[in-house]
Write a protein that binds this ligand. Structure first.
Ligand SMILES: CCCCCCCCCCCCCCCC(=O)N[C@@H](Cc1ccccc1)C(=O)O
Length: 569
């Protein structure tokens, strides 16, 4: 090939790449419905009264700690149960609500809707919390004291704001006479923090035994309203977890030889294990950027970014390695692009002058959906490369597949729109839940599983999860209650409202109206996107005349003389 031909080929390739990059940059635009913002002045806005605040604080003061599987503060769980019973008298006495106590401590509420043809949905949360090392906290973890408008307590964001937020919203709605069309369930497990095998799994079995086959969607705890977490985006980003990482806990064990410390061997069990652990930490797993839900997230968010970042994010096929490097720099973003590794426990030795007879460490991996458990095991084995270190699986779960997040996915859009009603300046996007939830126990009921906590977070707040100084602002708790209020109201619709092309015209006017000149009788709603869609001849004639009148009536300077028909004069 001549030099000229080579230049022409290179120019052609570069031009083609440029065209692809630009087309993707300017065509990836997410759905944006026009939502009606929830304002504090609205008559149905639930204000954070002293009473509401006090009962939240009381719930936080009850230390419903889970320590390990089957080991949790049983008395405290019962206490929390009676606190809920007392705090929400309308919920607990409504003929529309049935409460079942499952496995002694978990709670399953069934709220009966009037239209049994609508598939019910499920809201879940958990009653338990992780332990807290009180001495390290600014304020005691189970006092729920308020400082600078924040309530500090274990469970404030994981996840008693969910428990109390859901029940506050329901209490309010029922006390205003709300009678749902669509039935729904509320499931509160009591041991989520130790995998939910006693609580959520039992709730799920109870639902199955009742013959429940399907729910429309499930909303559990999960991602949050994030400020400053995604590079390049200033406005809040509310991520809805459509998938969930898997986990793999490995036990590393080294058998040593006990003896007097004055005559040591070259290496002790502790030394051998320490080297293995150090190799594991020095060799993070590779980035999987582009192979999981994070791809959808970045493509969704690209339009919120400055042009250069937008070009990069819209074209991960080309710029993936740069983004991977960038995201690897901070723990929250690192967590979404790869399988992560945490050495969480290390034990060995009994006395300062005794050689350890063995040593044990636990490695907790959170697995990216594009990787298998076996791949991770093989990787660790190869990295450690020492037969003296025995590796066994302590616990595991494969990653959960991505739930649908398209324009017509009812559950996703209900959650997304409810978020935007509360956090009006936020943009929503599908994301991947980096921790685990109780949702694994409900996966047979639906593929529409979403994980979102109504929690506002700023950089650094992620350390409060299972860490010290867990807290929520009073304002955020009020938002949480109103978020669940909107979820319940919005999900009570038959169909996804606002799901029209109007969103593409929203920049031209706020006067957007949606009406079909269609006459409907009960049952006809099933014909939409269903079978036997039809219109009567008469109705079609009416439709034509309706549009005739829309055109003639709108052809005026201002709103006078609308009624042109002689029979109306
Ligand atoms: C793009 C940046 C993303 C930033 C994300 C920030 C959101 C932070 C979410 C933090 C995860 C919270 C998880 C809460 C629930 C929880 O702790 N679940 C537990 C469940 C579990 C228990 C025992 C064994 C395995 C699993 C867990 O994941 O450890």
């Amino acid at each position: 090939m001549s030099c000229k031909q080579l230049c022409i080929t290179l120019v052609a390739i570069c031009s083609a790449l440029l065209v692809i990059v630009l087309v993707r940059t300017f065509t990836l635009v997410p759905r944006k419905d026009v939502v009606i913002a929830c304002k504090t002045a609205d008559s149905d806005f639930i204000k954070l009264t002293d009473q509401i605040l006090k009962r939240f604080q009381k719930a936080l003061q009850i230390d419903t700690i889970s320590f390990k599987r089957g080991e949790y503060n049983r008395d405290q769980l019962l206490l929390l149960g009676s606190h809920l019973q007392k705090s929400f008298p309308v919920v607990h006495s409504s003929p529309l609500v049935k409460l079942d106590i499952i496995a002694n401590y978990s709670r399953l509420y069934t709220i009966s809707g009037s239209n049994t043809s609508l598939t019910p949905y499920l809201l879940t949360a958990h009653l338990d919390v992780v332990p807290a090392i009180a001495e390290e906290w600014e304020l005691p973890p189970f006092d729920a004291q308020i400082k600078d408008e924040f309530i500090y307590a274990r469970g404030a964001i994981d996840f008693k704001q969910g428990i109390m937020g859901i029940l506050e919203a329901l209490e309010y709605l029922l006390s205003k006479g709300f009678k749902p069309n669509r039935s729904f369930y509320i499931g509160f497990g009591h041991d989520e923090e130790v995998t939910g095998v006693d609580g959520a799994r039992a709730i799920s079995q109870e639902l199955q035994s009742r013959g429940l086959k399907q729910v429309e969607f499930l909303l559990d705890e999960g991602l949050a309203v994030l400020n400053g977490f995604i590079p390049g985006i200033k406005k809040p980003v509310a991520l809805i977890g459509i998938g969930e990482k898997g986990f793999l806990t490995l036990k590393l064990y080294v058998k040593g030889e006990a003896g007097h410390s004055s005559m040591p061997l070259k290496e002790t069990a502790i030394g051998i294990l320490a080297k293995a652990v150090s190799k594991i930490e020095d060799n993070p797993l590779p980035s999987m950027l582009g192979y999981g839900p994070e791809k959808e997230m970045l493509e969704h968010l690209a339009h919120e970014m400055p042009l250069a970042a937008r070009i990069v994010m819209s074209n991960l096929w080309l710029f993936g390695p740069i983004v991977s490097w960038f995201f690897s720099q901070k723990p929250p973003t690192n967590a979404i692009i790869r399988t992560v590794t945490s050495v969480t426990m290390f034990n060995g030795g009994v006395k300062t002058n005794v050689l350890p007879s063995d040593a044990t460490a636990y490695i907790n991996h959170r697995i990216h959906p594009a990787q298998s458990l076996q791949e991770i095991m093989d990787y660790d084995r190869a990295v450690i490369n020492d037969d003296r270190v025995q590796i066994s699986v302590e616990d595991s779960m494969v990653a959960a597949a991505g739930s649908p997040s398209g324009e017509n996915d009812f559950g996703y859009q209900i959650i997304s729109n409810s978020i935007r009603q509360i956090w009006t300046n936020a943009t929503t996007a599908p994301g991947m839940m980096i921790g685990n939830t109780d949702t694994k126990h409900y996966k047979d009921f639906t593929k529409n599983i979403y994980r979102f906590s109504p929690t506002v977070m700023f950089p650094g707040d992620e350390k409060r999860f299972h860490g010290v100084n867990e807290r929520i602002s009073k304002n955020n708790y009020e938002q949480a209650i109103n978020f669940y209020y909107h979820i319940i109201v919005n999900a009570d619709k038959r169909l996804l409202m606002g799901n029209t092309d109007t969103r593409h015209y929203a920049m031209f006017t706020k006067n957007i109206y949606r009406f079909c000149p269609t006459v409907m009788f009960l049952g006809d709603e099933k014909r939409f996107h269903g079978i036997n869609e039809r219109i009567s001849k008469k109705n079609y004639e009416q439709a034509i005349n309706f549009y005739y009148h829309v055109i003639t009536n709108a052809d005026q300077r201002s709103l006078i003389n609308i009624h042109q028909h002689s029979d109306e004069l």
